[in-house]
Write a protein that binds this ligand. Structure first.
Ligand code: FES
Length: 130
């Protein structure tokens, strides 16, 4: 599922952060990522692992590919593997599992009353290399 939030999406403040109500809990499936695109450079992938949601940047730093939402979820070690070349990131920390030089940003996400709230991302400077 792809979601394109705009200013009409409800928000709430919690712990000093702004959260956007992006979808219903049932929209985030167990074996498939949900892509939330605030703009081309601000895409976030939400994953359901067990009872928890995780949110990371959808853009793989290897090739700047916005495809992590289509990656393979490993529920045992809570990682996501990019479908392009297999780079794998922890959904807890965003760190690449075998390189200290690569990571994806992690965002706060939570469910309340069957709704999913995602931390509103701040604009980012593109920092990627081929
Ligand atoms: S673009 Fe993700 S591993 Fe290459």
């Amino acid at each position: 599922m792809d979601i394109f939030p705009n200013d009409d999406f409800p928000t709430l403040e919690r712990n000093g952060k702004t959260f956007v109500q992006v979808c219903h809990s049932t929209d985030v499936l167990r074996r498939k990522g949900t892509r939330v695109e605030f703009d081309e450079e601000l895409q976030i992938a939400i994953f359901r692992v067990g009872e928890r949601l995780h949110a990371v940047s959808n853009i793989c730093p290897h090739n700047h590919s916005p495809l992590l939402h289509e990656g393979e979820i490993n529920t045992e070690d809570c990682t996501i593997s990019c479908p392009m070349h297999g780079w794998t990131y922890s959904l807890h920390t965003g760190r690449h599992t075998s390189s200290s030089h690569s990571h994806v940003k992690v965002y706060d996400v939570f469910e309340e009353h069957e709704l999913v709230y995602l931390e509103k991302p701040q604009p980012v400077e593109v920092e990627w290399k081929w």
